[in-house]
Design a protein around this ligand. Structure first.
Ligand SMILES: Cc1cc2nc3c(=O)[nH]c(=O)nc-3n(C[C@H](O)[C@H](O)[C@H](O)COP(=O)(O)O)c2cc1C
Length: 209
């Protein structure tokens, strides 16, 4: 029995294009894998711990093999809890809007909590950087108001998918299947076509997952 973790980065819930396609994916996935667990992490409700001075000092204390103060320990335990929950999944589903060509700040906050040496990546002078979350597939569903695909002329502005791909790869998640839902802003026909194409891709991907 596997666990799929759906990380939702849009605050728009029922009006979100990325969540709608993710739900479509999950409908097919659940039918195919009735014994799997599906967990949702809504980053807007998750109350993510701040990455404040105590947290950063706690991180350096670990690196320098120094003991934690009580405040650092509390801060570090919160980080370890987030990472432990993330690592307990076998498959990841990310649904995310494009915001100012990149990712929403809540997702960046989550990533900054997740990416820590010794927990999700390692470094040695001999081997360099190595991701520690290996053998786990991911699906990423990107929604964007405009169009950034091949031939759009705006490919270079897409810091949403390029960043997510890069940072997931850094922590070892290299098998990523992607769905682009675009454009979600503009003519109702184009929006409907984008949603329908996204749903079709999601159903096909879920059937093959
Ligand atoms: C704060 C903010 C910034 C946005 N920036 C961009 C952008 O840079 N490029 C773009 O094409 N769309 C942009 N959009 C539009 C969203 O990408 C679009 O509405 C998308 O459908 C959002 O995903 P969601 O429907 O899952 O929330 C932005 C929307 C918001 C709220």
């Amino acid at each position: 029995m596997n666990k799929l973790l759906h990380i939702q980065a849009s605050p728009r819930l029922g009006r979100s294009a990325s969540i709608a396609v993710a739900e479509h994916f999950l409908g097919v996935y659940r039918a195919r894998h009735p014994r799997d667990t599906v967990e949702t992490l809504n980053l807007w409700e998750a109350n993510l711990p701040e990455i404040d001075g105590e947290t950063i000092d706690a991180m350096y204390a670990v690196r320098n093999r120094q003991p934690h103060t009580p405040a650092q320990l509390k801060a570090w335990q919160a980080v370890e809890r987030i990472i432990g929950d993330f690592k307990s999944a076998d498959t990841y589903l990310f649904s995310l809007p494009m915001w100012n060509f990149g990712i929403p700040y809540k997702l960046k906050h989550f990533i900054d909590l997740l990416v820590h040496r010794g927990l999700t990546f390692s470094f040695t002078p001999e081997e360099g950087y190595q991701g520690l979350i290996t053998g786990k597939p991911a699906v990423a569903i990107y929604a964007r108001g405009g169009a950034y695909g091949p031939g759009s002329g705006a490919e270079g502005y897409d810091a949403q998918s390029t960043y997510l791909r890069q940072i997931l790869g850094f922590i070892g998640i290299t098998h990523i299947k992607e769905i682009f839902v675009e454009p979600t802003v503009g003519s109702p026909t184009a929006k409907d076509e984008a949603a329908a194409a996204g749903n079709q891709e999601a159903a096909e991907l879920a059937a093959a997952t």
